[in-house]
Design a protein around this ligand. Sequence first.
Ligand code: MGP
Ligand code: SAH
Length: 262
Amino acid sequence: MVCRCFFLTYAFNRIRGIYISITNGFKKSNKSDSLVDVIVEQPQERIEIQQNIYIDISLKKYWNQRYRYFSKFDEGIKIDNEGIFSVTPECIAKHIANICACDTIIDPFCGVGGNAIQFAFTCKKVIAIDINPLKIEYAKNNARIYGVEDRITFIVGDFFKLAPTLKADVVFLSPPWGGPNYIKVEHYDINNMMLYSATDIWNTARTVTENIAFYLPKNTNILQLKELCEHVNIEYNYIKNGRRKKIKAITAYFGELAFDYS
Ligand code: MGP
Ligand code: SAH
């Protein structure tokens, strides 16, 4: 007989601004005569961003950098787990926005808006797309805090499906890299380690324009970028902390962006 024992408890305690929630995971019992799935309680501490918005405590190193991501963080920025480990630091987003300045730019993986907000200061029109409606809700909120909500067209959708309907001068690509573990390999394979292969993303973007900026892991296998297109300019994106410089990511520029960039 297969019996399934299912119990779920949810405890919620407040300890000095940090909340503790109890999430559940399955553990198979080692009884040979029956298959019993027991839910094991695994305490997961969470950090409260705003009322009812939390991120996992395991992402604390990103939380500690929140003002790097959004200098106006305390004015009501909304962000989630994926948002906080993926957002482009504000000074890097500003820099990329200056290089990508144009009439119409598309940010097809906009997340919580780190790049889209900065594009709104340098481009006439910004189209910000994300497949996750919550990201678009947060990106809109965050754009409002920076006073640029009205200058961005937000779309919930799948970039690969929307691409044939899009027109723009520049496409900026900041896709999911597979989470914080991207750094565990020496040479990050952009065709096999991301949710979508870089070649697929790049080929889709090229149906819109040749002017592409691609934000990628700092350990990216550079040869793979050259395989996408011989003419590419690769920029290392550093952040200064006092006298120390720390590399955060790379940006590859293609098309006229590669010619313009010096
Ligand atoms: P990181 O290397 O994971 O963390 O991310 P940290 O603490 O800045 O680096 P450390 O070396 O000091 O430990 C660096 C930056 O890469 C983040 O701020 C994001 O801008 C970007 N980034 C990281 N991830 C996991 C993603 C991702 O999945 N997608 C995108 N688009 N950007 C990411
Ligand atoms: N540059 C952003 C972070 C992007 S994170 C910032 O600075 O805030 C990558 C985003 O791509 C995630 O929010 C994820 O929801 C979105 N995404 C994943 N697949 C997608 C798809 N097929 N189409 C559009 N967005 C997608």
